[in-house]
Design a protein around this ligand. Structure first.
Ligand SMILES: NC(=O)c1ccc[n+]([C@@H]2O[C@H](COP(=O)([O-])OP(=O)(O)OC[C@H]3O[C@@H](n4cnc5c(N)ncnc54)[C@H](O)[C@@H]3O)[C@@H](O)[C@H]2O)c1
Length: 363
């Protein structure tokens, strides 16, 4: 692969610096040529650390999009700007990797999917947990039908006390919600992908603003300011799929629970089950005996799986850029992310009204 893909980064904060830019920097077929942030110093710093020598700095993403030599844009801004920036980027002829969650509403998500279809450009969402070694292995297990029909699943996104206190995570308008849209989105994406089931029928949800009101609370990133804590601190969903399968989604940034687990799923099928505790475990029954197998996830441990030295973030970036170069579909399809967005929205809606939210029957 001789050609280099010219990439522009929009939003040079935490996730751009922690995930996108370091992973893209490892790829020989990528050059980061433009950086945009409304805080100019962040774009400048990113350009120095990750850009080519002639990298350009922007404070307005619309100016960056005028550069016709840029083929790919990574959107790493707060949630409420994902839709506008992604649609504008697709319309400017760029392929788009947008951070999760896709958008703050299903209407916005639909606009993004439509823009990708209209322009013929690729759109993907930054669900890097699909690219972990355990997830990749479990996906093979599920695709192979080893668990049979998966009719019950749990999507886990529970932190005992880890409320993100930087940036705008607590701001309802900018983020569109709290832990449900922030980390529940990862767990649900992973669960639906394993089940290969994107047809919800009905959703019930509850959200809570309980611990967010506490002053001086213990927290991994320092006490939060209860005045600024506008979003929910916990949210739970009960999702019934058209084929009768049930998914329970648990999400929290602060919960009095020792059952902490994030971006994980438990799957229960007719032939076996799995959970992501102690790595990855598969359980089942053979000759009237129950078994639980712990899957060795290092490269030596699994015979038919090559294992991977790459981190989830590196694999996500590499496969995305390869999809662009080879003109193939990205692993995270925008239509799948739209279903995640619709379910999260339904949980919020049900929590507000106290009523179940029914989906239109698919064809
Ligand atoms: N994949 C993951 O696991 C993961 C983890 C953390 C954050 N995220 C997502 O990444 C996004 C950003 O989160 P973050 O933690 O990096 O936040 P952050 O606040 O650290 O960074 C966001 C950056 O965007 C800039 N910005 C805001 N509006 C802009 C605009 N219109 N044009 C250009 N720049 C703009 C801000 O100045 C800031 O530097 C969020 O959507 C968040 O959900 C994903």
């Amino acid at each position: 692969m001789s050609r280099k893909v010219r990439v522009g980064i929009i939003g040079c904060g935490g996730i751009a610096e922690g995930k996108h830019m370091p992973s893209l920097a490892k790829l020989e077929n990528v050059e980061m040529v433009a950086f945009c942030d409304i805080i100019k110093e962040r774009a400048e710093k990113a350009a120095v650390n990750f850009g080519i020598k002639e990298a350009k700095i922007y404070e307005d993403y619309r100016e960056l999009l005028k550069d016709e030599t840029i083929e790919v844009v990574h959107v790493c801004t707060p949630n409420n700007s994902h839709c506008n920036i992604s649609v504008a980027s697709l319309e400017a002829g760029k392929h788009v990797m947008c951070e999760k969650p896709m958008a703050i509403s299903s209407d916005e998500g639909k606009k993004m999917v439509e823009a990708a279809k209209r322009t013929g450009k690729k759109l993907t969402i930054g669900y890097q947990n699909r690219f972990r070694t355990d997830s990749q292995y479990l996906h093979k297990v599920c695709s192979n039908g080893d668990l049979g029909e998966i009719y019950y699943a749990k999507a886990h996104a529970i932190r005992r006390r880890a409320v993100p206190t930087w940036g705008v995570f607590l701001d309802e308008e900018k983020q569109g919600g709290g832990p449900l849209i922030d980390i529940g989105t990862h767990a649900l994406d992973l669960t639906l992908w394993m089940m290969n089931n994107y047809k919800p029928q009905v959703v019930m949800g509850s959200t809570y603003h309980k611990l967010g009101k506490k002053k001086g609370a213990a927290n991994a990133w320092g006490s939060w300011d209860p005045e600024k804590f506008q979003v929910e601190d916990s949210a739970f969903g009960f999702i019934k799929m058209e084929n009768g399968a049930t998914i329970v989604l648990e999400s929290s940034w602060a919960l009095n629970s020792l059952d902490e687990d994030e971006a994980k799923c438990t799957l229960c099928g007719t032939e076996g089950g799995s959970d992501m505790k102690e790595g990855l475990r598969i359980n089942g029954e053979k000759y009237s005996k129950l078994y639980t197998e712990k899957v060795a996830l290092d490269s030596d441990g699994v015979a038919f799986f090559s294992g991977s030295e790459e981190s989830a973030a590196d694999l996500e970036a590499r496969l995305w850029i390869e999809a662009v170069i080879n003109d193939t579909a990205p692993i995270v399809a925008p239509e799948q992310s739209l279903v995640v967005t619709e379910i999260l929205e339904a949980i919020y809606q049900s929590a507000e009204t106290g009523e179940p939210v029914y989906f239109k029957k698919s064809n």
